[in-house]
Design a protein around this ligand. Structure first.
Ligand SMILES: [Zn+2]
Ligand SMILES: [Zn+2]
Length: 246
């Protein structure tokens, strides 16, 4: 090939390439936002005790919260929050997250969703470590604040025992107040044969998916595992003593 022609061709190609690359230079990828709030994965969970949390999904601005870094910043705006917790798949779209205000039990990490705390030293505490005095005081205030309500529930339940309604955490606080007053509870489940899921947390001998008493084919209350058709529900009493042993 003629040398001049080759040179001319090459130059043409070079100019074309230069022009092309200048035009199509992709914009720089957005820089990841730097973490504005420090947080630390706790060596303990917050299960098996009383807690105070705030549902972050109910707060304005939650739509824009996508990552754990975002969540830390969002949760830090909740007054009194010491950290936050989220569904394990939060960053992949399962949008459940709570700011954590206090908890009375440093549980095993298996007893709750992962806990992230703003205070590094708190985060390093192992399961079983004593809770903060302020958390115990807040829990005590919560239970003693329900004594009047508990008294009314005991009176209203009469011979049948107290019937509790509401969220688990609301019922739990009321139940502790009722137990303090020596009250009894009405069964919340059914008297049934077969392995249920309900009583397996408080009745011994169960498997992860079925209760121990049902596996033995004994007819029982699927709330607390009691095999006595009459009588009261032991669920809250059993739960409280189980937690005290942990
Ligand atoms: Zn059962
Ligand atoms: Zn029961």
């Amino acid at each position: 090939m003629n040398r001049l022609l080759t040179l001319g061709l090459l130059t043409g190609i070079l100019i074309a390439v230069a022009g092309y690359s200048q035009q199509s230079n992709p914009p720089l990828p957005p820089q990841p936002k730097s973490r504005t709030v420090d947080y630390f994965r706790a060596s303990h969970g917050y299960g098996d005790g009383l807690t105070e949390v705030v549902d972050l999904s109910q707060r304005e601005g939650f739509q824009a919260v996508k990552t754990l870094d975002d969540l830390a910043e969002f949760a830090s705006k909740v007054q009194g929050a010491v950290g936050f917790t989220a569904h394990p798949n939060f960053e992949r779209g399962t949008r459940h997250a709570h700011a954590v205000l206090w908890y009375t039990k440093l549980s095993s990490t298996r007893s709750s969703w992962a806990l992230h705390l703003f205070d590094k030293q708190e985060a390093q505490k192992p399961p079983g470590h004593a809770p903060k005095a302020a958390a115990l005081a807040a829990a005590e205030a919560k239970v003693s604040g329900k004594m009047d309500a508990a008294e009314k529930l005991i009176a209203a339940g009469g011979k049948n025992g107290v019937k509790l309604e509401g969220s688990f955490s609301e019922c739990e606080v009321l139940a502790l107040a009722v137990l303090r007053l020596g009250g009894s509870f009405e069964h919340q489940g059914k008297f049934t044969t077969g392995a249920c899921v309900g009583c397996r947390t408080v009745a011994p001998g169960g498997t992860p998916s079925a209760c121990g008493i049902g596996v033995q084919k004994k007819t029982h209350w699927n709330c607390c595992g009691s095999t006595n058709e009459g009588g009261y529900c032991n669920f809250w009493k059993l739960l409280a003593s189980q937690r005290a042993d942990k």
